[in-house]
Design a protein around this ligand. Structure first.
Ligand code: ADP
Length: 179
């Protein structure tokens, strides 16, 4: 991991992702794309009802069976300060099965899709670490691996938006181990 690249391009913050003025925010959605709890619910409330309509359109067109784990789909941000929402579905954590490649796909595919839409900045919540139960330190290592691989391939500024000081501190501890 290139420490300087990371320092220049990645911000770790604690806050509400729906308030961020970035080109794209990532939503930890569920397969249905129809909204849910946690960050998904917060994004739908802040974006307004047009977001649900746009998600329904995605279901009617590209994703009739729902969005699979690790895949991404883009909508406008509507009432959000962010121009786009990139919806992705993180894996549900299972002790007996390594799903880290699916979590990595969420981050990797979101970065690629954002770059394809000429975004310069993107913010991620801690995908899968809420209702889906992914342990924080394990998720942090996946995120760091993907960023190490992907940052040199695009020009995106990345914000990792945590919802509590505790989560951000756990991430930073994992980061110290890797950097
Ligand atoms: P998942 O189903 O992928 O686990 P959750 O929404 O339950 O998704 O949680 C993902 C992470 O998002 C958790 O760490 C949770 O604390 C955090 N989170 C919840 N609301 C917000 C918000 N408004 N902004 C940023 N992060 C949030």
């Amino acid at each position: 991991m290139d420490k300087d690249l990371f320092a220049h391009r990645v911000s770790v913050i604690v806050g509400d992702i729906t308030r961020l003025e970035v080109d794209a925010i990532v939503n930890a959605a569920n397969h249905s794309l129809m909204g849910g709890g946690g960050v998904d619910g917060a994004i739908h409330r802040a974006a307004g009802p047009e977001l649900k309509k746009a998600c329904q359109h995605l279901r009617d067109t590209d994703w009739p069976d729902g969005l699979p784990d690790g895949e991404v789909a883009l909508t406008e941000g509507f009432k959000l300060p962010a121009r786009y929402v990139i919806h992705t579905v993180g894996p549900v954590y299972a002790k007996t099965k390594d799903k880290s490649h699916l979590l990595a796909n969420c981050y990797r595919n979101a970065l690629t899709l954002a770059a394809e839409h000429d975004c310069r900045s993107i913010a991620f919540p801690a995908i899968s670490t809420g209702i889906y139960g992914y342990p924080f330190d394990e998720a942090a290592k996946v995120v760091l691996d993907v960023l190490a691989e992907e940052l040199p391939r695009n020009e995106l500024d990345v914000t990792l938006c945590f919802f509590s000081d505790k989560d951000a501190e756990a991430f930073e501890a994992a980061m110290q181990e890797v950097l």
